[in-house]
Structure formats: C-alpha cells, structure tokens
Write a protein that binds this ligand. Structure first.
Ligand code: GLY
Length: 353
C-alpha cells in the first residue's frame, strides 16, 4: 500500500488549496454529511479560495453507512463528471471518511481521495491507515477495501466544534496508542483530562504523536497480517460492549466501549502475559474516572461472551485478543477461555465500585 501524506495543522490556512493544486486533479468533489455540511464546509470553502468543487452530502450516522448511501455517492460522482483524475475530499468523522474512501476506491476502479477528519476519533484512527468500507447485512465494516488516501489533513481547529463526550471517545484510541507504544507517552496521556481542549498546542502535539504511532504500525503491516492487529487492543471486549448497548436507550460511543474494553483486556494481559499490575490499576482508575461505568450484571456475561465469539477477527472458533506483556510490548494472537473472560468482566464490575 502506498504511503499516505499526513499533514497536521492548528488552522486550515491555505493547506486545502495547496493539496488540491499539488497534483493534476481535474475536478474536486467534497463529501460531507448533514452536520459537516453545516458546520465545517463553510471553513473549508473559505480555505479553498476560488477553487471550484461539487458538493456531495449524505445523511449523518452509522445507520447510513450502507450500500444505498454509497450508491448515492457513486451517482453524484458519475453525474458530476468525475474521472480517474478527479479528487474526492471527505470532510467528516469516521463514517464519512470510511464510506467516501470506499466510494473512491471503487468508482471507475479507483479515483484518488483525501481525508479531512473533523472528529478526534477520525483524526487519530479512522482517517489514517487506508481502511475503507461500509456496513452490510447488519455487520459493521463488512464490505470494504484497503486503499490509502492521497493526503490526510488533520486540522485541530475542528475539535472546537466537538462536545466533551466526542472528545473523550477519540481520546480512548489515543490512550490505546499510548499503551502499545511507550511508557512516557502513556504517562503523559494519563495526566490530561480527555475532554480538555484548552491547551491546543499540547493537544496537537499529542495527536501528532498518536497518528505517528498508528502510521508506523500501518507502514510495517498495511493489510493486517500481523503487527497491525496491535491496533485491536481493547476492541474484542470493546466491540461486544458496543453491540451490547446498541439497542438500549444509551448506545455507547465507540471510544467509550474501547476504554471499557481496555480495562478487561489489560486484566487479561496481567493474567496471561505478565502485564504489570501497577499499570493495570493506574489505567483502570483513569478509565473509570473519565469514561464512567457501563452497567451490566453476571446474567449478561453469556450474551457478552457470545458477542466476542462472533468477532470477525476470530479464526477456528477461538476468541482472538491482542494483549500486552508490558506497555509497548505487544502479544498478538492470544486467546482466553470463557472462565477467564468472565473473570475479566468481574474485574471490570468490581473496580467500578
Ligand atoms: N482501526 C484499526 C486499524 O486501522 O487497523
């Protein structure tokens, strides 16, 4: 997979115009959802100066990350005269960058695209690394392609439009990057409030470090044959928590579910691969303090276990975990039996008290 050009800035300036003018693109299409069309497109329009573009807008929310929305983007590209030399610029959160990336990967067998992520979660995760796709048959990201963006422009100016919960959601993926990288980065993340944007300079630097951690891993294993699975830390239990809350009155934001999943998977790491208990307890306290508690009882364990069994990362009927031997010391392809997983769920609930 080709390397993505990742740029990080605090305000848009003339960066979007430079990106569009830097290559031989013949037409520019800008994909937004109904929120970013309202709140972010005006900023981008100003930054693009007089560069003409065709706007394409889709409904917001993961519910619309489907084949019908994808088809509407293909239609807009086709009717707008997009060619293999056109650029699709995706302006939005992970839903827009995933779906837009897949539309670009498939239209005329592939046109070029750029991502301009507007949420912290998409800045540090979804918009980087070339995974594109849509949900299909009730399964998340069931159909997609690995296809790198030409450019990812991360502009922290957009973070000021986010509420505390969405900032905390993205910060959970940053914490995961801390855990799989170095003790120094992990410790620095533990010193901040996840929803705090007051020190924009420090936050931009931490985001940059987070993105570089992901970029280093993706460049070594773009197609997730091995090392890239490190990015799944917290996600096996996290996805089960996310699905578990999906049909309730309070569906969890992705990053919240990942944070809660990290508590359980660090517990498994302590039990199976020697992760230090002091780091387990410190991280657990930090997560409980900032991401609140998911309420469930031991009657829910079989349902959660069954959701983990259906995780698409599994092979041969065993649940696949990425665990840690220590901070930055990754143990891939670990497995745990039902009793130990129940013990990890016990640990989660006991430490909530
Ligand atoms: N979100 C995990 C990955 O990009 O591999």
């Amino acid at each position: 997979m080709e390397k993505q050009d990742i740029r990080i800035c605090c305000s848009l300036g003339d960066e979007p115009a430079r990106i569009v003018r830097s290559k031989d693109y013949d037409r520019l299409f800008i994909l937004t959802d109904e929120n970013t069309e309202l709140h972010s497109l005006p900023l981008l329009k100003e930054a693009l100066q007089d560069i003409p573009f065709t706007p394409v807008s889709i409904p917001a929310g993961d519910l619309h990350k489907n084949i019908d929305t994808l088809s509407s983007v293909w239609t807009a590209l086709s009717q707008g005269g997009a060619s293999r030399k056109s650029l699709l610029l995706n302006l939005g959160g992970g839903m827009v960058t995933d779906l837009g990336g897949f539309a670009a990967a498939t239209f005329k067998r592939g046109i070029r695209y750029a991502n301009l992520p507007t949420t912290l979660l998409s800045m540090v995760d979804a918009a980087v690394g070339g995974k594109t796709g849509i949900n299909f048959c009730g399964l998340k990201n069931e159909v997609g392609a690995f296809c790198p963006a030409d450019t990812v422009l991360i502009c922290t100016q957009f973070l000021h439009t986010l509420d505390r919960r969405n900032l905390a959601s993205g910060y959970a993926e940053m914490l995961k990057h801390g855990l799989i990288s170095t003790r120094a980065h992990w410790a620095e993340l533990l010193k901040r409030q996840p929803g705090d944007t007051s020190d924009a300079g420090q936050l931009t630097r931490l985001i940059e470090e987070s993105v570089r951690i992901k970029e280093r891993i993706v460049s070594q294993d773009p197609y997730e044959k091995g090392l890239r699975k490190a990015l799944n830390l917290g996600h096996t239990v996290g996805h089960a928590f996310e699905s578990f809350t999906f049909h309730t009155d309070h569906p969890a934001l992705h990053g919240y579910a990942v944070a809660w999943g990290l508590v359980c998977e660090l517990y498994l790491s302590a039990r199976l691969t020697g992760f230090p208990t002091e780091a387990l307890h410190q991280t657990t306290r930090f997560i409980h303090e900032h991401w609140g508690h998911l309420t469930f009882s031991c009657d829910d364990y079989p349902a959660l276990y069954s959701l983990m069994l259906h995780d698409k990362k599994n092979t041969g009927g065993t649940i696949n975990f990425t665990l840690l031997r220590d901070i930055g010391d990754i143990a891939l392809n670990q497995t745990a039996g039902r009793d130990l997983i129940y013990e990890a769920l016990d640990y989660y609930r006991e430490t909530c008290e």
